[in-house]
Design a protein around this ligand. Structure first.
Ligand code: CS2
Length: 477
């Protein structure tokens, strides 16, 4: 493919760099980057983005020849619309040159370092939110000045700024973690404290870590998406992003010196407390997404829209919302949870979005606590039954065993996959459920005790009937 048929960044003045983004995946390019581009168009400011891939060279190699511009394709039920996003000004690969990333973070004009490094990128223990000091990347970062982990880059980047007499950058996490600002603040302070207690004290005093709630469904781009787009537009884009029309971003308005793009001008909700929005989104959207992912995968469905096209699965999700999830939630200001559930169902049904159950099933060990276990714990305390969510956790247990209902292997992607597989292989039935419940990184002891009996019953039913029939049985069909 000759370069002149590629898409290119628009000519004209380029904005100055204001943001370094760690983890330049499809989600940020289809969500935060678009809001930031729109905010600059609406109100100006130099908020150009330098993207950082921690490991892989794929994004850099794809985007560099096209001036870091890419196409964002909005996929609605009635068709697609495409637009070129050219807010990214450069992409660095941390593994190749960690020093260049730190240097960029220490530039005076950089005022925000944002992150989408997925749940596991915080190197914390999901059940406690504390830094996992035994994590190999953290062990490395304690011994070396050039880091490999996201917390390591944040701490060393802040260390350089302090040494240069600069203010810290605001750390703005955009990952699906509850109280994500507090989580990243805690891991940064803990790691900084182990490196230099004075640095930790400075970060604690001067640093800002707004929590955010991010929402847009962005399935991984497939080869056929690239080909279809090229056929339609006549130009090759090596790395377009596909996304649904819906988007939401709720941001705690606490930034160093108030420095941020004019996000309020483009529909971002700037609030004092993001927590109720995060709970709503993580439990209602991500909680049912994960439930559908494990049960839907086991029942043989490839995507979420295919899964909810099955009337039993659609009724199952409705039941999860109305009887198990909503009763345990406090609605955030201005939100009606019943309406929110209706809107989610319409989003899941969008047939243009081919979001694979396998993709969502990834990294379950990091996702279950905030998506499902919190609701289960609240329901247990309130004496409310949660048979649907029990079945979903049972399906996760079945899934991580690595063999599907037809005896075919499942490619389980999870930082704990080897341990999960070994525990699954070591026992059967209730002993297997007990072995997995013994993983303290996922299940706190008190919750594990309460879950043992109902989860064993759900697991036995799931293995006896299969996912589809277990869902039907739950609905009384
Ligand atoms: C999904 C999320 O892959 C997953 O685990 O549940 O990526 C989901 O699509 C987004 O959080 C929607 O905002």
């Amino acid at each position: 493919m000759p370069d002149n048929t590629r898409i290119t960044a628009q000519s004209g003045p380029r904005p100055g760099i204001g943001i370094v983004h760690l983890g330049l995946g499809a989600f940020f390019r289809a969500h935060g980057a678009i809001y930031i581009a729109e905010a600059m168009r609406a109100s100006g400011g130099d908020w150009g983005i330098v993207g950082v891939s921690l490991q892989s060279t794929t994004q850099r190699d794809a985007l560099e020849p096209q001036g870091f511009a890419y196409t964002a394709v909005e996929q609605g039920p009635d068709g697609e619309t495409a637009r070129i996003i050219d807010v990214v000004q450069n992409v660095l690969v941390a593994r190749e040159n960690p020093g260049a990333v730190l240097e960029q973070m220490a530039q005076p004009n950089v005022r925000i370092v944002s992150l989408t490094v997925t749940e596991k990128g915080y190197c914390h223990e999901p059940s406690t939110g504390r830094l996992n000091r035994a994590h190999p990347d953290i062990v490395h970062d304690l011994e070396n000045e050039l880091p490999v982990s996201a917390p390591g880059f944040l701490v060393r980047g802040l260390q350089r700024r302090r040494a240069a007499g600069l203010k810290p950058f605001t750390v703005m996490t955009c990952d699906n973690l509850p109280e994500n600002g507090r989580v990243v603040r805690a891991v940064v302070l803990e790691l900084a404290g182990l490196i230099d207690p004075d640095l930790a004290a400075w970060i604690e005093l001067e640093g800002r870590f707004p929590s955010t709630m991010v929402d847009r469904i962005v399935p991984a781009t497939k080869t056929e998406d690239i080909a279809r787009l090229e056929q339609k537009s006549g130009r090759h884009d090596a790395s377009p992003v596909m996304h649904e029309p819906f988007r939401q971003w709720v941001v705690e308005d606490t930034f160093v010196d108030g420095q941020r793009p004019d996000l309020g001008a483009v529909g971002v909700q700037l609030v004092g407390d993001v927590t109720p929005f995060e709970h709503m989104k993580l439990r209602m959207l991500n909680g049912t997404h994960s439930s559908l992912a494990y049960l839907g995968y086991l029942a043989g469905y490839e995507t979420i829209s295919e899964t909810v096209a099955d009337p039993d699965f659609a009724r199952f999700v409705e039941r999860l919302w109305r009887e198990e999830i909503i009763p345990a939630l406090t609605p955030p200001p201005g939100e009606d949870l019943g309406d929110y559930a209706d809107a989610l169902m319409a989003r899941y049904r969008n047939p243009a979005i081919r979001h694979r159950t396998w993709q969502i099933a990834m990294d379950g060990s990091q996702k279950l606590p905030q998506r499902i276990l919190g609701t289960l714990g609240d329901n247990l305390t309130a004496g409310r039954a949660s048979p649907g969510l029990m079945l979903a956790v049972a399906a996760w247990m079945r899934y991580v065993g690595g063999i599907d209902e037809k005896g075919q292997p499942i490619e389980v992607k999870d930082p704990m996959s080897a341990r999960l597989r070994a525990l699954s292989d070591s026992a059967e039935g209730s002993a297997k459920v007990a072995a997995l419940l013994g993983l303290r990184e996922i299940f706190p002891a008190a919750l594990a005790d309460q879950l043992a009996a109902p989860l064993t019953a759900a697991y036995e039913k799931l293995t006896r009937l299969g996912a589809q029939a277990a869902v039907m049985d739950l609905l009384g069909r």
